[in-house]
Write a protein that binds this ligand. Structure first.
Ligand code: FAD
Ligand code: UDP
Length: 394
């Protein structure tokens, strides 16, 4: 059973068909399919002391299930992704809701009718009236070039300044004018009073948590897992015909063109007593746009997990320049640098580069799973998926 404490001694040189670097979604999905469908012998390594990558969760000292690297909410419109993951977990239906603190009030994000009515003391009741309200404030641009314009073109400058500018400047240490439009465009604008953060057809959390789902995915006789192990520790002895690399692409090439910039986070936890199983916040996540407040958002995990307990743990997120590479930073110059690494990657027929760090893309979990499923399909179809390692001893 592959658990977060699992360590297997790597087999001898030539014993593996596939070396997977990174036990997150990108690596684990590929590993499972190669092991199961092609009978490949797979070694998965991760330098962290656990599986599940950034989706890792574990019970803290207060008995509360927490997400180690910030809140992870699963949502997808892709039936193939849902079907694949559903083999390894039951689901708990969960729809994410977020409030933003604005001048002492708490209003829904994404912006919807309630947000506008509360901030401006209005009683807009129809989608048509909401559209008129926004149209009267939105500014038009010949071509939306950055994250400021992405928001101002939809809701105007006042809502942008009250809900987006400060949060974005804290999160990215960049003004929204210096950030690709796609970053703030992740947040839709609603004409209705729908206050759900996502509208995907499938929104749910793994019933026993993400780490349990990964343990089940990696639990296959053809898969060995070594956590607490960096790629360079096994690169020589566990060499395989194919490596799936899900770490930072610039690291793979020894940063030879310079380091790709990543944004990181520091998490501070607070546990409150909640007698009778109560909750500390009205919703799972509260955002803080005010730049005088050093954190961006506070998440209360028990909203996500549905766990009932006498304590509740919250995580405050402080964006940082240093630390684990969590967010590729979408800017044209970074994309250009990535393309130089990508050109090198294309010449490496012995390595597949998959996932958020290897593609240097701001991808959600379901997009990473979809990418790995598709990469596996191509790999299996082009005939490179033959088993090369000796079969398992009975
Ligand atoms: P990762 O999960 O980062 O896995 C890569 C693994 O490779 C890591 O565990 C790393 O330790 C390992 N590794 C790297 N280099 C080496 C090496 N040299 N040797 C050994 N191991 C190595 N997505 C959503 O859909 N919903 C959300 O709510 C959501 N919230 C998020 C919140 C935060 C704070 C962050 C940062 C991301 C969030 N995401 C969310 C995105 C989600 O985390 C990613 O889409 C997903 O985890 C990417 O999976 P991956 O396998 O590509 O990368
Ligand atoms: N954002 C913002 N205010 C908010 C929520 C989001 O300005 O209240 C911006 C911010 O730049 C953020 C981006 O929108 O990085 C995407 O938000 P999302 O919630 O998708 O961020 P993630 O969960 O990926 O950190």
């Amino acid at each position: 059973m592959a658990s977060s404490s699992n360590r297997t001694a790597p087999r001898a040189h030539g014993a593996y068909d596939l070396l997977v670097v990174g036990a997150g979604f990108a690596g684990s999905v590929f590993a499972r399919r190669a092991a199961e469908e092609l009978g490949q012998r797979v070694l998965v390594v991760d330098r962290r002391p656990h599986i599940a990558g950034n989706a890792h969760d574990e019970v803290d000292e207060h008995g509360v299930l927490c997400h180690t690297y910030g809140p992870h909410i699963f949502h997808t419109n892709a039936p193939a992704v849902q079907a694949f993951l559903s083999r390894f977990t039951e689901w708990r239906p969960y729809e994410h809701r977020v409030l933003a603190e604005v001048d002492g009030r708490f209003v829904p994000v994404p912006v919807n009718r309630t947000t506008v009515n509360e901030l401006y003391g209005l009683q807009i009741a129809t989608e048509a009236d909401m559209q008129d309200f926004l149209d009267a404030r939105a500014e038009s641009f010949a071509e939306v070039k950055d994250s400021e314009q992405a928001v101002v073109s939809k809701v105007g400058r006042d809502l942008y300044e009250r809900l987006f500018r400060g949060y974005t400047r804290k999160q990215w240490a960049l003004d929204p004018t210096d950030l690709h439009a796609s970053v703030c465009a992740r947040i839709p604008i609603r004409l209705s009073d729908d206050d759900r953060y996502f509208t995907d057809t499938f929104q749910a959390m793994p019933a026993a948590g993400y780490t349990a789902m990964f343990a089940s995915m990696l639990d296959h006789p053809n898969i060995d897992v070594q956590v607490g192990t960096d790629h360079h520790e096994v690169a020589a002895e566990a060499r395989a015909p194919l490596t799936v690399w899900t770490g930072p692409i610039d690291e793979f090439f020894d940063h030879r063109f310079g380091a790709l910039p990543y944004r990181s986070l520091r998490f501070e936890r607070e546990t409150r007593r909640t007698p009778g199983g109560g909750l500390a916040q009205p919703v799972a996540q509260v955002n803080y746009n005010n730049e005088r407040i050093p954190f961006t958002r506070v998440t209360e995990f028990r909203h996500l997990t549905g766990q009932v307990a006498e304590s509740s743990t919250l995580a405050y997120e402080f964006p940082t320049a240093d630390g684990d590479p969590y967010y590729p930073i979408p800017r044209p110059q970074n994309r250009e640098l990535y393309h130089r690494y990508e050109a090198l990657a294309k010449q490496r027929h012995d390595v597949l580069f998959l996932g958020r760090l290897a593609r240097y893309q701001y991808l959600n979990m379901d997009q990473v799973v979809a990418g790995s499923l598709q990469a596996f399909e191509r790999f299996a179809a082009d005939g490179r998926g033959a088993r090369t390692a000796p079969p398992l001893a009975a």
